[in-house]
Design a protein around this ligand. Structure first.
Ligand SMILES: *Cc1c(COP(=O)(O)O)cnc(C)c1O
Length: 424
């Protein structure tokens, strides 16, 4: 028995499904999870000694790759000074200043410990600021496991949600209005019909696979929000510091009222943030009346990791990330073509998804119509060849600054063999 499967069997007795977050179980690609022992740069090693080129990058945070020396040094040094104080520290002020410098729509920030918590808190603030309760989200978007956002569409174009998980109250789900991604008419209709506190959007949806907005859609959201008195909230947990130095809002030139950050902003440690104009953020306690708190918020180790990570993210880094993304996209397309397998690869710099679909994927319905069994078989074949892909068709691949041309070549060769195996 391999060490990984031994651990998995023990884990099944102790952790629900053997894991601490569902996608890690690899069920949707039809295999058991891989237990990781270590990571360095673009590579991870499992507990059985197998090495993989890692395209998951901890689902986004590790834009510098695993165990980057600058991050490890910063965290180690911070740990020696003490791991948590529950009192303000200098690093938090520096990090806030760095975030505000990079993202102009953000004048003030509040640090929290996870993207879920950041979303939940930003929603509370939006409701307080507008005096309204309803939220709008898009079908297939993910904003963390906040009750009201674990809502799925009923029938019809812009419906109030129904619970997408047992344990979510009907009332929580019903305060979320759900609209298909990229549907111009539905968004106009929904914002006119419902008194919305906020439109919540992943400006580049990456949790149904990567499905960039059609041209003009993000500006329409901004227009609809401002005309109807709703706030526009960009969930930049994935896109922040990744698709450009100032996130998707810089890349597409659309300014949200509130921004949610996570993943990269923790530098690989648990941290997230929300921010916006001074006027809005000064509603947050203790400056204002909207309560929100956290024992480990602004944790010194996470702040040190974040500062060290952001320090590496200068313009040349984005050119490199763009180039790596481009190489991988074209390599995967060539590999599929040479094996006569029909796929569509969708990408923005720093993010991509190979969809097992002949047609472009424009929304959640399109993503759900992909050949999920073949994606799973292809992933299993990649893992057997030392490439670690996201274990779900509905996730993005995350190139990092640690990925080299060699990593891309190794991946493309493995992908070609894996596509050929599908054809047989
Ligand atoms: C990962 C993610 C979240 C949730 O962040 P957690 O830290 O996992 O709670 C929220 N929004 C988006 C877009 C994400 O990708």
């Amino acid at each position: 028995m391999s060490r990984s499967s031994d651990l998995y069997h023990r884990a099944l007795e102790l952790l629900p499904g053997g894991v601490n977050s569902p996608v890690r179980a690899m069920r949707s690609i039809g295999r058991d999870p891989i237990f990781v022992a270590s990571g360095s740069g673009s590579r991870i090693r499992d507990v059985d000694g197998n090495e993989y080129v890692d395209w998951v990058s901890s689902w986004g945070p590790l834009i510098l790759g695993h165990a980057h020396p600058a991050v490890i040094d910063a965290v180690t040094e911070a740990a020696r000074r003490g791991t948590s104080f529950g009192a303000p520290t200098e690093g938090e002020v520096e990090l806030a200043a760095d975030i505000v410098r990079r993202i102009p729509s953000v004048e003030m920030v509040r640090m929290v410990s996870s993207g879920t918590e950041a979303t939940m808190s930003a929603i509370r603030l939006a409701r307080a600021a507008t005096g309204r309760e309803l939220l709008l989200k898009f079908a297939g978007a993910y904003h963390g496991h906040v009750d009201g956002l674990l809502a799925q569409a009923g029938s019809g174009l812009a419906t109030q949600g129904i619970p997408a998980s047992p344990g979510v109250t009907a009332a929580a789900a019903a305060s979320t209005v759900i609209v298909p991604w990229g549907d111009f008419e539905a968004i106009v209709h929904a914002t006119e019909r419902h008194q919305l506190a906020a439109i919540l959007v992943e400006p580049v949806p990456a949790n149904m696979g990567v499905v960039p907005a059609p041209p003009g859609f993000l500006s329409l959201l901004q227009e609809c929000a401002s005309q109807t008195g709703a706030l526009l909230i960009f969930d930049e947990v994935i896109t922040g510091f990744r698709v450009s130095p100032g996130g998707a809002q810089e890349r597409y030139g659309v300014q949200p009222d509130l921004t949610i950050l996570g993943k990269i902003v923790g530098g690989g440690l648990p941290a997230a943030a929300y921010g916006g104009s001074r006027e809005l953020m000064e509603r947050v306690a203790p400056a204002g009346d909207v309560y929100q708190a956290g024992t480990l918020s602004g944790n010194p180790l996470a702040v040190a990791a974040a500062l060290a990570t952001l320090a590496q993210l200068e313009p040349a880094a984005y050119e490199q990330l763009t180039q790596t993304t481009r190489l991988l996209v074209s390599g995967l397309l060539d590999a599929a073509a040479s094996a006569a397998v029909a796929i569509t690869v969708q990408s923005v710099p720093g993010l991509l998804t190979p969809f097992f679909s002949e047609n472009p994927v424009r929304d959640y319905e399109g993503a759900a119509a992909c050949d999920l069994d073949r994606y799973g078989a292809w992933c299993r074949a990649l893992l057997a060849r030392g490439v670690y892909p996201p274990a779900s068709q509905f996730e993005a691949w995350f190139p990092s600054l640690a990925h080299t041309q060699d990593d891309v070549e190794h991946t493309v060769n493995a992908a070609r063999e894996a596509f050929e195996e599908l054809g047989r």
